[in-house]
Design a binder for this molecule. Structure first.
Ligand SMILES: NC(=O)c1ccc[n+]([C@@H]2O[C@H](COP(=O)([O-])OP(=O)(O)OC[C@H]3O[C@@H](n4cnc5c(N)ncnc54)[C@H](OP(=O)(O)O)[C@@H]3O)[C@@H](O)[C@H]2O)c1
Length: 253
């Protein structure tokens, strides 16, 4: 019997994992459908929300899914909660792939906040030149502080643009190298970077660059996520899936 695996994706790791598992199981990758030009994933893809935990549970039943893998971004808390709930409702086993967050090191000047709203307040009363390395869903909060200059980098255009007098937009998709990030921060005379703690190497360049230049980073902490068995790397998770797949194969099912 071929195992059916549903991977909730939207991250580089989800794509890598899908490719790895596709040789031994029937894998479908699920995307939220928000990025206008998603990169090719190499396995069958479905796109768009399920309609909450109940909707996802119905999908798991309809497709006879044997294993659910939550490989979404650490800040995508809603879908992760839904996934854990749908797994409970259907008794489909769930595993999560969660890359470790960055830890501050010597020389970092991090201000830790819980939400983007708190990040806006942490910018303070005096006008500053701010680099927003956040998703387009989050930058809207910064309209509350129109006195700052914003450099806004996103994968898709921020539309509508922010209702602030002074913003520059940059379209780019990572990975971003530290040297390039350093050049960007210097050219744009950035005084503070606002970032999520995404973890991983692809977007760490700006953090390392800020450290090298002595620039403050306002770091939005990760949201609380459900407790499910998890791995930190693609290889580690693939090994967990092997344990899941192998017993059935040994039984000759
Ligand atoms: N938030 C970030 O910083 C970030 C960064 C990079 C990539 N991403 C990726 O972008 C996607 C959306 O993030 P988000 O912050 O909007 O998440 P979210 O707030 O947790 O999810 C909101 C809703 O979007 C739908 N959804 C999210 N991920 C989905 C998926 N993989 N497949 C199908 N439906 C999905 C679900 O709708 P229903 O309730 O209708 O099912 C979910 O309730 C995720 O796949 C995530 O991995 C997010």
């Amino acid at each position: 019997m071929t195992h059916r695996i549903l991977i909730l994706g939207g991250t580089t790791e989800a794509r890598q994992l899908a490719g790895k598992l596709a040789v031994r199981a029937s894998v479908t990758l699920s995307l939220a459908g928000r990025t206008e030009t998603p990169i090719a994933q190499g396995v069958p893809v479905r796109s768009g929300g399920f309609g909450g935990a109940e909707g996802l549970a119905a999908y798991l039943r309809e497709t006879s899914t044997d294993l659910l893998i939550d490989a979404t971004h650490p800040y995508a808390a809603r879908i992760s909660a839904n996934a854990a709930q749908a797994a409970r409702l259907t008794s489909v086993p769930i595993l999560a792939l969660l890359r470790p967050g960055w830890e501050p090191v010597e020389g970092d000047r991090w201000t830790l906040v819980d939400t983007t709203g708190d990040a806006v307040r942490a910018l303070g009363p005096a006008p500053r030149r701010v680099f927003l390395a956040l998703g387009r869903q989050e930058v809207a909060a910064f309209e509350a502080a129109p006195r700052h200059h914003y450099l806004i980098r996103s994968v898709d255009p921020v539309e509508p643009q922010l209702a602030v007098p002074d913003a520059t937009y940059l379209l780019a998709r990572g990975p971003f190298r530290e040297l390039d990030e350093r050049a960007l921060l210097q050219e744009q005379r950035i005084e503070v970077v606002v970032s999520k703690n995404s973890g991983g190497a692809a977007t760490y360049g700006k953090i390392a660059a800020a450290r090298a230049l002595g620039i403050e980073v306002i770091m939005v902490r990760r949201p609380a996520l459900p407790e499910v068995p998890s791995a930190e790397t693609v290889d580690e998770l693939a090994a967990m899936v092997d344990h899941f797949v192998e017993p059935a194969a040994e039984r000759g099912v």
